[in-house]
Design a protein around this ligand. Structure first.
Ligand code: GLN
Length: 544
């Protein structure tokens, strides 16, 4: 057999899904990553998405949920956010490939004549491109967990499945395995769990030449041993490799429950990996705080896509992490900005903290500005992120600095006072997709500010995803009116953070970047820790 040599003998785990979408493949892959990392392995994760968009950057949040941004400035699938929260490996442009990206690369090579007159086909040209993408992501890792988006049986994912089938053949079964997620539905009328969809999903896999090595079975009812035996018999998967994944109270419980079901043991045995038992005390502590917090806070998130919680995935998780750091449960209340405009800011009473997150477009901006004003005037802890910072600048300009018609040029052409505006290079951009300020940029924190105290260091790096900026022409008037510019780009050309002095407000801070992308349950982001801490203080004051 011709064996493809893997980079540094990386071992590969291909994660696929069957029966229905939204099974939690990303969470399963991330949790497995956490377990293997805790066994001392260097784990990489990768997501292959079958859709034709080159990246999810231009997709509406209603279509795709959150766009996750990597340090190297790629707009990627939200599953990469799960990966970064569960393992320490940082994602990059090699961590997420879409069919669109793969086909673009193949077509570019074809135009350049790289295929030397051959007929360019899905097999081998597209599949080779996919295999190369997987091998590149594997470089430097002991184990690469590669998740294939979509559901087995979809037309779109076939080239990806064919590519990983070939890779397993070339690398050998002790270097590459298949973990397949399925659903075991419970039928209340029959009073039992049904295995047929799982059997059919495995048949579908076998049709394309893939025999899963491990089945992870999602269920909301306990899976009795006779059901597991039946699944094993009909799917050709060893009984010990039929692993239950029951609904969990918190996503951070998933690594612990998968470990109890011996998923990491099964993987290590199949891949012939010798490693220590995972050290899980940190995860146990996290889950314990989430389940039994000593305190409670209520945080209002004022946004536009409030019914689509997936669009604020990293944000909600970062708030939970801030809660973990403060031994507090965070109740997140999503508030529709337009409702605040129509029904008034009374919707905001009872909140211990108000957060205005990132966003695009004018709709809802009036309500968000009202919420910011309420937080400022009622001394409620406030945290503005990206658009949230831009709107806080507009609010301060209009209501404190007396610049009544302050506006962002995102919402209005040629306003009298463009306090938020495009910088020169953004002015020149005409087509969408990857044209924003994206990825990691340095930020210098000014001495004697809340920002500097929170971070505890003068230089930080944070991830951006925006076009508009604080307009430098308004630095002086706003400073004179009491606004503190507490974070600057290293060349001091861009304002990255603003805040109110402690003499004016107990906690009011905003940033042009997205700190939520870098928060982890094991290392909560300082801005979220401090915000939840301030909200906790507010709750105590309110209660006393
Ligand atoms: N719409 C704003 C901009 O592009 C803010 C973007 C965001 O909040 N991510 O600058």
């Amino acid at each position: 057999m011709r064996r493809q040599s893997s980079p540094k003998r990386t071992k590969f785990i291909f994660v696929t899904g069957g029966v229905v979408s939204s099974l939690g493949k990303g969470l399963c892959a991330a949790s497995l990553g956490a377990l293997l990392e805790n066994r001392g392995l260097n784990v990489g994760l990768q997501k292959l998405d079958p859709y034709l968009n080159v990246d999810p950057g231009t997709m509406s949040p209603t279509q795709h949920g959150e766009v996750f941004v990597t340090d190297d400035g790629c707009e990627t699938d939200l599953d990469l956010g799960h990966y970064e929260r569960f393992v320490s490996h940082r994602m990059s442009r090699h961590s997420n490939y879409t069919s669109g990206q793969i086909y673009s690369a193949v077509l570019e090579k074809e135009r350049k004549g790289d295929y030397l007159g051959q007929t360019v086909q899905v097999i081998p040209h597209v599949t080779n491109e996919i295999k190369q993408a997987i091998l590149t992501a594997a470089e430097g890792t002991d184990v690469l967990i590669c998740e294939i988006g979509g559901t087995v049986g979809d037309i779109e994912s076939l080239p990806f499945l064919e590519a990983v089938r070939q890779l397993r053949f070339e690398l050998g079964s002790d270097n590459a395995i298949f973990v397949h997620l399925t659903l075991l539905p419970y039928l209340p009328t029959a009073g039992e769990i049904k295995t047929k969809p799982t059997q059919h999903s495995v048949m579908k896999m076998r049709e394309i030449g893939i025999q899963p090595d491990i089945l992870v079975c999602r269920a909301d009812h306990p899976i009795e041993s006779d059901i597991r035996e039946k699944i094993a018999l009909f799917t050709n998967v060893a009984l010990a490799h039929v692993i239950p994944m029951l609904d969990a109270a918190t996503i951070y419980d998933v690594p612990l429950s998968l470990h109890e079901s011996r998923l990491d043991d099964a993987v290590c045995e199949l891949l012939n990996i010798w490693s220590r038992e995972p050290q899980l005390h940190e995860w146990r502590r996290i889950v314990d705080v989430i389940k039994n917090p000593a305190n409670q806070v209520k945080i209002g998130v004022v946004g536009k896509y409030v019914d689509l919680h997936e669009s604020y995935k990293s944000l909600s998780e970062a708030l939970v992490h801030g809660g973990i750091a403060n031994n507090a449960g965070v109740q997140i209340v999503f508030l529709d900005a337009e409702q605040i405009s129509t029904r008034g800011p009374s919707l905001l009473a009872e909140l211990d903290g108000i957060l205005v997150p990132g966003g695009f477009g004018k709709r809802g901006s009036a309500g968000k500005i009202e919420a910011i004003r309420w937080a400022r005037e009622h001394e409620i802890p406030f945290f503005g992120i990206c658009l949230g910072m831009q709107l806080a600048v507009i609010e301060y300009a209009r209501n404190v600095a007396g610049i009544e018609d302050a506006q962002s040029t995102e919402f209005e052409d040629n306003p009298a006072h463009p306090v938020i505006a495009l910088m020169d290079e953004q002015e020149k951009v005409t087509h969408k997709g990857g044209t924003m300020r994206l990825g990691a940029y340095g930020c210098e924190l000014i001495q004697n500010t809340l920002a500097r105290r929170i971070y505890g260091e003068p230089h930080v790096s944070e991830r951006h995803r925006h076009r508009w900026e604080f307009n430098n022409a308004y630095r002086e008037p706003l400073r004179e009116a009491g606004l503190v510019l507490s974070g600057m780009s290293p060349d001091a050309k861009l304002v990255e953070m603003i805040e109110l002095p402690a003499s004016n407000h107990p906690y009011f801070i905003a940033c042009q970047f997205h700190p939520e992308f870098k928060s982890r349950p094991t290392a909560p982001h300082p801005l979220f820790t401090a915000f939840v801490g301030a909200a906790l203080e507010h709750a105590k004051l309110r209660g006393s």
